[in-house]
Design a protein around this ligand. Structure first.
Ligand SMILES: [Zn+2]
Length: 131
């Protein structure tokens, strides 16, 4: 759904102007993320490019099902559920980071980065309205 200017403003302030997931402050460029993905048919066009088509779950296209998200979070979450995305983030940390990044391995060996073992908690899960 296309949000009105005031709906967009309201959504942006849902968590005090922060990304619902990582907690970064949202600037002018941010996305209205569908918490439960509306999913779109993928249309293959020339050159292997993928374009989103019609929503396959249009009943989820409501403002109640939206969270304000920074662009990196929205892109990474894509159409995953929160449960799947949380598992993926945990996998990045527990499996992929030190396996796939030589730079990270060096920094880790030198004690310059620390890998925390806490569970992945999204900003909105710990957000409390204090006003
Ligand atoms: Zn974010």
């Amino acid at each position: 759904m296309k949000l009105t200017k005031s709906q967009r403003e309201e959504l942006k302030n849902k968590y005090g102007g922060h990304c619902a997931y990582c907690g970064d402050e949202l600037g002018d460029k941010w996305h209205a993320d569908h918490i439960e993905a509306v999913k779109r048919d993928i249309i293959h066009v020339g050159g292997g490019k993928l374009v989103s088509g019609e929503m396959t779950r249009p009943h989820l296209d409501t403002i109640e099902n939206m969270n304000p998200a920074c662009i990196p979070c929205n892109s990474n979450k894509s159409s995953m559920s929160l449960k799947s995305w949380r598992s993926l983030l945990t996998h990045y940390r527990d499996v992929q980071l030190l396996r796939d990044s030589t730079h990270a391995r060096h920094l880790h060996r030198f004690g310059l980065i620390e890998i925390k073992s806490e569970p992945v908690v999204f900003f909105f899960e710990k957000y409390e309205v204090t006003a």
